[in-house]
Every structure is written in C-alpha cells, then in structure tokens.
Design a protein around this ligand. Structure first.
Ligand code: HEM
Length: 127
C-alpha cells in the first residue's frame, strides 16, 4: 500500500525528537509528561512507531492512545490545542510546506478524536 503521506522514516524520527524536546521544556505540557515518562528514548520510539503506522501505513503500532491518555489522569482535552500548536511549529520547522500541511491536518484530525472522552471536553463539561 502506498504511504498516506510520503514522509521518510528519518523525517518522522526528527519531528518526534524535536517535538518531545520542546514538550519537556514546555511549562504546561512538560509536567504532564514528566508525571509518566521516565524513559524518553522508549517513549519516542513508541511514538515513531505510532506515526509510521498512521503516515506510512506500516503495521508497527497496536497500542491504544485513547485509553492511555484516559488512564494517565492528568491529560485534559484542553491540552490538545497547546500540543497541536507546538506540533505544528515543529512540522513547519522540519518539513517542506506541503508535507507539513498534510501531516498537520492528520494530527489535528487524530487529536480531535483523542480529545473526546477526556475531562473538560470541547463543550467545557468536566465529566
Ligand atoms: C494528536 C495528539 C496526540 C497524539 C497523536 C498522541 C499519541 C500518543 C501515543 C501514541 C501514546 C502512547 C500510548 C501507548 O502507550 O501505546 C501517548 C501517550 C501519552 N500521551 Fe499522547 N498523544 C497526543 C496528545 C497528547 C496530549 C495533548 C497530552 C497531554 C499533555 C498527551 C500526553 C500523553 C501522556 C502523558 C502519555 C503517556 C506516556 C507514558 O505513560 O509512557 N498526549 N500519546
């Protein structure tokens, strides 16, 4: 099957590394991740597999981010706007504009899906 978005594995690895470097330094997102992630290389390797699966349609990730986010307890739907704008900034920095735009659109679509069901959803309902 042809890739959904023709990025290279090296580009995925760079975007993931740059993104989580910024996440670790971010005043809002940093502490949310610090409460869970102790092994960053392991986390980044898993996220690379997630994106290889989503972008290149390789079958190398079969986890359940929705469940993991809900179980984390401190991941809120309000975080997704911040997460996505940081992600967009990295895409713009690292990729040609067409690729950045396609990957961004997919990330926003996935993010919308993942944010439903978490506390403080788009309607502002806390339960
Ligand atoms: C489009 C947006 C997002 C995507 C695609 C995404 C994807 C993922 C994936 C694939 C995992 C690994 C799940 C597994 O263990 O199999 C994960 C874990 C996690 N994500 Fe997200 N995520 C997104 C947004 C967010 C946001 C907004 C937050 C909150 C700040 C967040 C916080 C976390 C945390 C804390 C973990 C658990 C790490 C661990 O326990 O090892 N994510 N995410």
């Amino acid at each position: 099957m042809p890739p959904r978005i023709p990025v290279t594995v090296a580009q995925i690895e760079t975007v993931v590394a740059q993104f989580y470097a910024r996440v670790r330094a971010h005043p809002v997102l940093g502490p949310v991740f610090a409460a869970h992630v102790t092994d960053w290389p392991l986390h980044e390797a898993k996220i690379v597999r997630f994106w290889r699966n989503a972008l290149l349609l390789e079958r190398c990730y079969n986890g359940n981010p929705m469940q993991v986010h809900a179980a984390a307890g401190n991941v809120k739907s309000a975080h997704f706007t911040v997460w996505l704008s940081l992600f967009d900034a990295v895409l713009e920095q690292e990729l040609p504009p067409m690729l950045a735009a396609s990957w961004s659109a997919l990330a926003h679509r996935i993010g919308r899906g993942l944010s439903y069901g978490l506390p403080e959803n788009a309607l502002g309902c806390p339960i």
